[in-house]
Design a protein around this ligand. Structure first.
Ligand code: SF4
Length: 368
């Protein structure tokens, strides 16, 4: 799905009954840049979650992680959002690691390697600052309750509805359509088992799974899951950052020299020469470096506006000013992140709802 243009965004939102976040802003507040800058830009039924918050009733966040690679800076938007909502509203966070998804979609050779990657991903996610008593993490294929719920929900989804929603052609393995039942189990499990209505923060291109799950919930008279839609971080070539394209992304575990090398070759809105840029200015709107500033690293609006103005006026130069600045911001983040990871590794089991096997996890920092 191409969701690059504003008009396409709007028509997709309208077609699928998703609302832009506007009037809800006064209820959510704009203290976080994700809401202030429109990085969380739309929702479905989040007003109902806000009602619960105002009535002092509990709810939960659920967001899955498919472990097929390391986390990238693109994932930081999602997990920073969850951390912010959780700290602000003290809600529980359910985190299924969908090793089964990566296996049936053939993104990984074995469930065992997905399991180990899930634990590595878990270390990185929790090192962002989550508290174990507010997290329910689990490996999907190691959780019998999820298999039970998926089987239960399977009678509420037809093969044809999944085929058309996912655009299947019929020669996929049978696990591919069945995975929609497992995903419905992940999303609805906090509601069925803990009586907690949920919100799922996602990218717009993942909404198809929400629609399938809401169909299941409607048929089973379960509270419909709400969703929040977040914008993607630009990858190094300007397209959305994706871990399946290592050349296009920066991994949280990339070493400092790799980070530097990647940023130095990143696409910007700059001109061909410094002289030209000083004379004509540059374009921050298409710039990957500015995207990192806006979505993650420059929290002060005045400072960001100043970068934007100076970029357009040709007062700053990509390779002389912005790229070195981003490299040093990421290096600073990495230092703190590496420190926090050490504390998480020995406590990782406290975040999981079941026992975990760490025997194949290198407990020393393994940044590349
Ligand atoms: S000057 Fe900075 S913000 Fe402007 S295009 Fe270059 S890197 Fe991007």
């Amino acid at each position: 799905m191409n969701i690059g243009k504003k008009t396409e965004y709007s028509s997709i939102l309208e077609e699928f009954g998703i609302s832009k976040i506007k009037k809800e802003l006064s209820r959510i507040g704009t203290d976080h840049l994700f809401f202030r800058r429109g990085i969380v830009f739309a929702h479905r039924d989040f007003d109902k979650i806000l009602n619960r918050i105002e009535q002092k009733k509990e709810w939960a966040i659920i967001s899955g992680r498919g472990p097929s690679n390391d986390l990238t800076y693109g994932h930081l938007i999602l997990f920073e959002l969850i951390k912010y909502l959780q700290e602000k509203y003290q809600c529980q966070f359910f985190l299924p690691f969908s090793d089964d998804e990566k296996y049936v979609f053939r993104k990984i050779d074995s469930l065992k390697s997905a399991y180990n990657l899930a634990l590595k991903n878990a270390i990185d996610i929790f090192a962002l600052g989550f508290q174990p008593n507010q997290v329910h993490a689990y490996i999907s294929s190691s959780t019998p309750r999820i298999a039970y719920l998926a089987l239960t929900f399977s009678v509420n989804l037809t093969y044809n509805s999944i085929k058309s929603a996912l655009g299947l052609i019929g020669d996929e393995n049978i696990g591919t359509p069945y995975y929609s039942c497992i995903q419905a189990a992940h999303i609805l499990h906090p509601t069925t088992d803990y009586d907690l209505p949920v919100v799922v923060p996602i990218g717009l291109d993942q909404d198809v799974f929400m629609r399938l799950t809401r169909d299941v919930a409607r048929k089973r008279r379960i509270t419909l899951p709400a969703s929040l839609y977040i914008k993607y971080l630009k990858g190094l070539d300007g397209s959305p950052m994706s871990s399946s394209n290592p050349e296009n992304c920066i991994f949280l575990r990339d070493g400092s020299q790799i980070v530097k090398k990647k940023i130095l070759r990143a696409f910007t809105g700059g001109r061909a020469t410094i002289k030209e840029q000083r004379e004509l200015g540059a374009n921050p709107e298409i710039c990957t470096i500015y995207d990192f500033f806006e979505k993650l690293f420059i929290k002060d609006d005045k400072e960001l506006a100043d970068i934007c103005r100076r970029c357009k006026n040709g007062e700053i130069i990509c390779g002389l000013d912005c790229k070195p600045k981003l490299i040093s911001l990421i290096h600073e983040f990495q230092k703190q992140f590496e420190q926090r990871k050490k504390g998480i590794i020995k406590n990782l089991h406290r975040y999981f709802d079941h026992e975990i096997d760490m025997s194949e996890i290198n407990v020393k920092s393994d940044s590349k």
